[in-house]
Design a protein around this ligand. Structure first.
Ligand code: HAM
Length: 422
């Protein structure tokens, strides 16, 4: 092939240099710790999935974004754009033997051929938290509580983000109260989810195509201006199950310690058609970034793919937006907590002593970065300062003669003695 090979990864794909891995690890560590703290069990699956499982109803954006191909045996294969269909397939496969409710978690690499904007790549990692087999709203509370916990563990302040909560069941009640028949609701949801992403005129056109007349379209737009849960409750029956469920969610979130992070927002619809009840999306309070995480209740997905009726709720929390937000709020260099010891030596004659000290410290459980070449003191301390180490030991001829060296805390400059291995 003529010409230079590009050093760029394929468009939308990401390389992770060590400084990027430091951020990724910080985010993943918080995901894993929050999942663990809430009693979720890890599962995983291959990133390659059967296309038929992922193929979508018209109108769903994700359906147009699937990377797919035929393998050498003409099997139609795809890179998963999300984990939920795979999770549903795995649960359906073992439905008879699993003990419900399941609380499962994964960090899944996902691929979407989408238009690249801030916070949206063609490949991302998505933390998934799902509870399968539970109708109670306590399941929503547990999933949301774990996501709030993860954001706090990452070091964000509660003032930085809010979870916007709504309910497709409530929106369905509102649409029905406005005279819009049930069989139109699914297409209305998908059209309304595009609000803010495409002009309102285009949404009106989609709604028209979905069979709504001008009055129906006007009423649909009016609903999105409803303010607060009380405002929405006033438009539906006084015994509305959707309103009762939302009120219970807010009450239980108070007991779990994150009610102040939630706000009711009728405009949260979600772009995936499988949601049936409460839906939510988390945003930064400054409104600078795309959604941090999103999810909701999807009680019909298992039946849609041929499994037994099983209620479910869950969320997907990507690594891209939250990392951008963390860098903006904590500083671009904040990812790496300094730890371990940088060990080096001045002349080749001290190399053995440096290696023996590294081995001794490592055996004692310390992380040691051993310099591989002799260095001048200035050079050594410049490297140590730029490394991820918290402490440094530099061994010169006098140290070997004395049988001990100085361990320097690189932040406080305090020195302590360390015995060299004999
Ligand atoms: P989603 O809203 O399509 O939901 O994605 C969830 C999250 O994944 C988003 O809020 C965002 O953090 C991240 N994300 C999605 N697409 C991209 C992208 N192209 N680049 C970077 N980050 C992205 C779902 O996928 C549902 N399956 C979530 C779920 C799990 N619902 C129930 N269980």
């Amino acid at each position: 092939m003529a010409g230079q090979i590009s050093f760029e990864p394929p468009r939308g794909m990401r390389d992770f240099y060590p400084e990027d891995m430091a951020w990724r690890n910080r985010v993943f560590d918080a995901f894993r710790a929050a999942a663990d703290a809430a009693g979720f069990e890890p599962y995983d699956a291959c990133v390659v999935e059967n296309y038929d499982l992922l193929a979508r109803k018209a109108g769903e954006e994700v359906g147009n974004q699937i990377y797919h191909f035929f393998d050498k045996s003409e099997r139609h294969i795809a890179l998963r754009p999300e984990m939920t269909p795979t999770l549903a397939r795995m649960v359906a496969q073992r439905q008879g033997s699993l003990s419900f409710p399941l609380k499962w978690t994964a960090i899944a690499q996902c691929f979407r051929y989408e238009r690249m904007t801030k916070g949206r790549k063609r490949e991302h990692y998505q933390w998934n938290m799902d509870i399968i087999g539970e109708e109670s709203v306590l399941a929503e509370v547990e999933v949301l509580g774990a996501a709030c916990d993860a954001l706090r563990r990452m070091g964000l302040s509660d003032a930085d983000w809010r979870v916007h909560v709504s309910s497709r069941a409530l929106l369905a009640e509102l649409l029905a109260a406005s005279g819009i028949p049930e069989d139109r609701h699914a297409s209305v949801f998908l059209a309304l989810d595009k609000r803010g992403k495409i002009p309102d005129e285009e949404i009106k056109y989609i709604l028209q195509q979905g069979g709504l007349d001008d009055a129906g379209i006007a009423k649909t737009f009016e609903l999105l201006d409803v303010k607060g849960l009380d405002g929405a409750a006033a438009l539906v029956a006084s015994d509305s199950p959707a309103v009762a469920r939302l009120r219970e969610l807010f009450r239980l979130a108070g007991l779990a310690g994150f009610a102040d992070q939630l706000l009711f927002d009728i405009a949260v619809i979600r772009g995936l058609s499988y949601y049936t009840g409460i839906v939510f999306e988390c945003f930064d309070t400054a409104g600078e970034f795309r959604a941090i995480f999103g999810g909701g209740r999807y009680d019909s997905l298992l039946t849609t793919i041929g499994g037994a009726p099983t209620p479910a709720v869950g969320l997907g929390f990507g690594d891209v937006v939250v990392t951008e937000l963390l860098k903006a709020r904590l500083g671009a260099d904040a990812a790496q907590a300094k730890k371990g010891v940088y060990v080096g030596f001045m002349f080749p004659e001290q190399r053995d002593a440096a290696l023996a000290l590294a081995a001794k410290l490592r055996a004692a459980g310390e992380c040691v970065n051993l310099a591989l070449r002799k260095q001048k003191p200035k050079q050594f301390f410049a490297h140590a300062g730029a490394s991820s180490c918290a402490k440094a030991v530099f061994i010169g001829p006098d140290d070997v003669a004395a049988g001990q060296a100085k361990m320097k805390d690189l932040a406080t400059r305090e020195e302590t003695s360390v015995a060299l291995a004999t």
